[in-house]
Design a protein around this ligand. Structure first.
Ligand code: FES
Length: 106
């Protein structure tokens, strides 16, 4: 399975992602703080922005990740898997556009 370098901004961290592992699980394994809620693509708490590279978005609720936001580069860390080296913007450490809804019990 392919490994990819994932650079996390603005924290300036680098982690090694795997094609079969969500970016959230990579972050947890790498001790990079990404906010987490439902872990199932239904709450939007883990929303990040892909600045460079490609991800497989995975199944998620369009109410928390509208197509317009996906086209702007936003994705859900709990569902997205890397398809190339990435540069991502982690929104956990500052206030940005979020669409936070009540977490869904999984
Ligand atoms: S943690 Fe809820 S959508 Fe990712």
């Amino acid at each position: 399975m392919n490994n990819y370098l994932i650079k996390v901004q603005p924290d300036d961290r680098t982690m090694t992602g795997k094609a079969d592992e969500s970016i959230l699980n990579t972050a947890i394994r790498s001790k990079v703080d990404i906010k987490v809620g439902c872990k199932g693509g239904g709450c939007g708490v883990c929303k990040i922005k892909v600045i460079e590279g490609e991800v497989e978005t995975g199944v998620c609720s369009r109410s928390v990740l509208p197509l317009s936001e996906e086209q702007e580069g936003y994705t859900l860390a709990c569902r997205a898997k890397p398809k190339s080296d990435l540069v991502i913007e982690n929104h956990s450490s500052y206030n940005v556009k979020r669409n936070i809804q009540k977490p869904v019990n999984v």
